[in-house]
Design a binder for this molecule. Structure first.
Ligand SMILES: NC(=O)c1ccc[n+]([C@@H]2O[C@H](COP(=O)([O-])OP(=O)(O)OC[C@H]3O[C@@H](n4cnc5c(N)ncnc54)[C@H](O)[C@@H]3O)[C@@H](O)[C@H]2O)c1
Length: 372
């Protein structure tokens, strides 16, 4: 069985779906690994590293043939539709893939009679934790968010007691304490900041305490949907939440927002009026910029200064730490294939909760999204 890893084509994407260290694990499953030349270059994995690990490296001229020949194709971003249409019938494409956004790719995979498994949809059950690339990449993103906050803040994070006097620690506020938020909190604590956080889920109080931050209790009911995810707020509740959070935002030096509701635009947690209360020089890191923004005025991939407050709009954040983001993603790929490959053959049991959850296309049939 052949697995092919092409070079990512989306501009700015520096991750690669497989790192050299994981090639032997796939070989143990019975997969021959082929990698496009330079596929790992932006993640500091060289062609020579892949070759030494036992993979075959092919030049761009041989990519079309590698696509047509592969039983499994692993990428981080969805394949572009042209490439997807050249998959072999029965082949499996693994990547992040959103049923209602990546519709052309999905149609192309279906047209080819292939299967698409999406890391956006791996169920969050304990058996599938090792396959959960949303979690692995959110961990990278949360860590990086705090570093961005620290680097842009014209102040120290930790308390300093010096002969000249005492410098108080920075105050960091994290809104949305899921995987990325908890990692942002843990990183800010390690840097010595005083950290507070808020989330709408009932379980988040204990989770926030477990990483050493103060949990902000608001006089609002918890908002939960199934599977540990949050529910969308009504506009009335959103307004009340903004009002109650304003004093906490005003006093923070760094605000990191990570709030998301699956399948929806990011909730608007912070308005321009709320930002106006922050001290000049304060920093806002909006990890939800690419999905509409938690913070009014944030622009994905840009830094905007409003009333002296720097708003850093996140874009492709995991790609900014491509070595470990790729390594974690590759381990997720290996784990998912560990479930899919039995005695050297691809066996996707459609009754298995994992495949039922993440198969967007199964042997040419669209299973998820509006086109299903
Ligand atoms: N395998 C597993 O069991 C597993 C793995 C990862 C995460 N999880 C759980 O999945 C859940 C979602 O985690 P995630 O990081 O993917 O979340 P996410 O990216 O969907 O959202 C980020 C956070 O924003 C919060 N949020 C949404 N609306 C908000 C609002 N209006 N104000 C403040 N916060 C708001 C959410 O509650 C969530 O904690 C969590 O319960 C997490 O513990 C489980």
């Amino acid at each position: 069985m052949k697995l092919f890893v092409p070079k990512e084509t989306r501009e700015g994407e520096r991750r690669v779906a497989l790192v050299p260290d994981t090639v032997s694990k796939l070989a143990a499953l019975g997969l021959d690994v082929t990698v496009e030349s330079d596929a790992g270059a932006a993640a500091f994995a060289t062609d020579a590293d892949y070759t030494a690990a036992g993979a075959t490296v092919v030049e761009p001229g041989a990519v079309a043939a590698a696509f047509a020949d592969a039983d499994v194709i692993a990428t981080v971003r969805p394949l572009d539709p042209e490439r997807a249409s050249t998959l072999k019938a029965g082949a499996v494409a693994l990547s992040f893939l959103q049923p209602n956004n990546d519709t052309e790719t999905i149609a192309a995979i279906a047209g080819a009679g292939a299967t698409a498994l999406s890391f956006d949809l791996v169920p969050r059950i304990s058996r599938a934790q090792s396959m959960d690339a949303l979690t692995s990449q959110a961990l990278v993103t949360g860590y990086r968010a705090t570093l961005v906050g620290a680097e842009n803040l014209p102040k120290f994070f930790p308390l300093f007691m010096t002969a000249a006097g005492t410098i108080p620690p920075a105050k960091v506020l994290v809104l949305g304490a899921g995987v990325a938020g908890l990692q942002a909190i843990a990183t800010a604590k390690r840097l010595g900041a005083v950290v507070s956080a808020y989330d709408v889920r009932a379980a988040s109080k204990d989770e926030v305490h477990s990483v050493g931050a103060n949990f902000i209790e608001l006089d609002l009911e918890a908002l939960e949907a199934g599977g540990g995810y949050a529910k969308e707020m009504t506009e009335e509740r959103a307004a009340r939440q903004r009002e109650l959070l304003t004093p906490y935002i005003t006093e923070s030096d760094v605000l990191i927002t990570t709030a998301a509701v699956p399948g929806r635009q990011a909730p608007r947690l912070v308005t321009s009026e709320m930002l106006a209360g922050m001290k000049p020089g304060s920093v806002v890191v909006d990890l939800a910029s690419e999905t509409g923004g938690n913070v009014e005025g944030s622009v994905a991939g840009e830094q905007v200064i409003i009333d002296g407050v720097k708003i850093w709009g996140a874009k492709d954040v995991a790609s900014e730490m491509p070595v470990h983001a790729s390594r974690l993603y590759a381990m997720n790929v290996v784990a998912l294939l560990g479930l899919a490959v039995k005695e050297g053959e691809l066996v996707l049991d459609p009754e298995d909760e994992v495949f039922e959850g993440c198969a967007v296309v199964l042997n040419g049939e669209i299973k998820k999204g509006d086109a299903a």
